[in-house]
Design a protein around this ligand. Structure first.
Ligand SMILES: Cc1cc2nc3c(=O)[nH]c(=O)nc-3n(C[C@H](O)[C@H](O)[C@H](O)COP(=O)(O)OP(=O)(O)OC[C@H]3O[C@@H](n4cnc5c(N)ncnc54)[C@H](O)[C@@H]3O)c2cc1C
Length: 384
């Protein structure tokens, strides 16, 4: 039988899982090529613990080289062109062609879209930014901590609320909480809105119970880095001493410039098969847009990228090798909500349910935090 090649674009959550399952399911002579610009894989959920002092940078990232030892060809470089018709990409000036493409290029962070934001820093969606927030919050004696969601959409709907609660916990541990205000300014009308009003209310309650002020529907328009001042579309202004920010997101440039992009830059695909309008070209994870019946898109979250990656890898093994059956992604997902003090909440449900997602929030406790720690340990054990 002919040798087949699958190009997996992106070595983040979706790409790592897709490449690993494909390697297991395809024939040994088939090639699985993983293309990634970063030298390391980052386990993004751990950035919240890096930001609150319970992880070091070296604990949240790993080299991709162990994948090469398992027969996945790792190609480091920037993808600058994607031609889905020919299943061809350009990486660092060199062309690669495959029998199938799995596009899992995530979302680019674009702080430069808000004047003054890039100069201010505090972007805890990067390793350096999370470390910076920790350094500032761990020496603050009095003042204001601002957690800001600059714009929508953004990945991990729970992350800014977790960040606020973890920073609040850090200030309490340091016995300076009474001298510091913590405020969340969010561009969205309610936390985790796609999961439904019960989950939104639950998260607002968790935040307010900790004395954290919550300002929804407040979009960041400008930051004065030297004056430490935030400006919002509502006309409101706020001062800060420590800023922890979720910057605006955009579809990666190579995707925006390709025929895969929909009108807003993200990739539309079949919500169940994850196949794009091009045969054997699949898109998964944050780079996609999946409209739901309630009028909002499926949230950008690792749990969905992971589920979609498994489904696509099985489908490709069935198509290219006749092994097993094609699989569909069913819209189920779950999420831990870190609250500080070694406790967490948990929500789980079916996001493809109609007319609206059916998501249940479980009683918070220490066991959910322990489950998230176990999930992190299993991530490294399973994929590296
Ligand atoms: C602080 C934080 C906490 C989070 N917590 C959770 C959580 O608890 N639960 C959850 O479900 N989700 C969580 N998420 C969200 C989750 O990490 C993302 O939804 C998930 O990583 C999406 O996977 P992906 O494969 O689509 O994209 P990514 O994991 O972002 O991977 C995309 C990859 O593509 C690479 N890439 C992009 N463009 C190019 C290019 N041109 N050339 C080469 N390579 C390129 C990138 O370097 C990256 O490695 C969190 C995110 C953050 C930031």
């Amino acid at each position: 039988m002919d040798k087949r090649t699958v190009l997996v674009l992106g070595g983040g959550v979706g790409g790592l899982v897709a490449a690993s399952v494909l390697r297991r399911e395809l024939a040994p002579e088939d090639r699985v090529v993983l293309v990634e610009r970063a030298s390391k894989h980052t386990f993004w959920p751990s950035l919240l613990w890096l930001m609150s002092g319970s992880r070091k940078a070296e604990q949240v990232q790993r080299d991709l080289e162990p994948l090469a030892r398992r027969g996945i060809e790792v190609r480091h470089g920037e993808i600058t062109e994607i031609d889905p018709e020919r299943r061809r990409v350009v990486v660092g000036g060199e062309e690669l062609t495959g029998d199938a493409l799995v596009v899992s290029l995530g979302a680019d962070l674009v702080p430069e879209r808000v004047p003054g934001l890039a100069e201010t820093g505090g972007n805890f969606y990067t390793v350096d930014g999370a470390k910076q927030v920790y350094d500032q919050a761990s020496s603050l004696q009095a003042g204001r901590v601002a957690v800001v969601v600059a714009d929508v959409p953004f990945k991990c709907p729970a992350a800014p609320y977790e960040a606020a609660m973890l920073l609040e916990g850090l200030l309490r541990r340091r016995k300076v909480r009474d001298q510091v205000t913590v405020t969340v300014y969010a561009a969205e009308p309610a936390p985790m809105g796609v999961a439904g009003p019960e989950v939104s209310r639950g998260v607002v309650e968790l935040v307010r119970q900790r004395g954290i002020e919550y300002c929804p529907s407040t979009k960041l328009t400008r930051v004065d880095a030297s004056g430490k001042r935030l400006y919002f579309d509502t006309g409101a202004e706020a001062e800060f001493d420590v800023l922890a920010v979720v910057p605006p997101h955009a579809a990666p440039e190579a995707v925006r410039n390709s025929p895969l992009a929909g009108p807003n830059g993200w990739i539309p695909m079949d919500p169940a098969t994850c196949e794009t309008r091009f045969e054997n070209v699949f898109a998964i994870g944050d780079v996609t847009t999946v409209p739901l019946k309630l009028g909002k898109p499926l949230p950008k979250a690792g749990v969905f990228a992971h589920g979609q990656a498994e489904a696509v890898a099985h489908t490709l093994a069935a198509r290219l090798r006749g092994r097993g059956k094609e699989q569909k992604f069913d819209g189920h997902g779950e999420c831990f909500i870190e609250m500080g003090g070694g406790a967490a909440g948990f929500a789980r449900g079916n996001f493809y349910a109609e007319p609206a997602p059916q998501v249940q929030m479980y009683r918070a406790g220490r066991h959910w935090h322990a489950a998230k720690v176990a999930f992190e340990r299993n991530w490294w054990r399973t994929w590296f």
